[in-house]
Design a binder for this molecule. Sequence first.
Ligand code: 5GP
Ligand code: ZN
Length: 111
Amino acid sequence: MACIFCEVAAGEIPATVVKRGDGMLAFRDINPQAPTHLLVIPVEHVASLNDTSDPQLIGRLMLFARELAREVGIADQGYRVVVNTNPDGGQTVFHLHLHVLGGRPMTWPPG
Ligand code: 5GP
Ligand code: ZN
């Protein structure tokens, strides 16, 4: 399998899984940029945000991230959801994922 997040979803690469269900998976980023840095992916391979027009999939991803934030205790204080897309967006892994970042104040604008 060529896609590392497909391999994570299949259990072929170890990851710290925090939440799963509804065709989604959340796990800890290997190189965290905040005290809480989680990635949310659809188990089904989608390369980037440009590669799906399925409103159910996109909506379920976002709601999964919101519920995840609540469950890990960062919802009230606040958090950031990021979807890097293609080279200018800073995407390095081409399996659609949401970054859920929290546990510290975020700055704006992003780098
Ligand atoms: P992108 O730059 O594509 O938006 O984000 C990819 C993210 O995946 C990066 O934050 C990177 O640290 C994380 N990452 C890359 N490879 C792995 C891995 O094998 N396991 C985990 N848990 N995270 C990874
Ligand atoms: Zn994949």
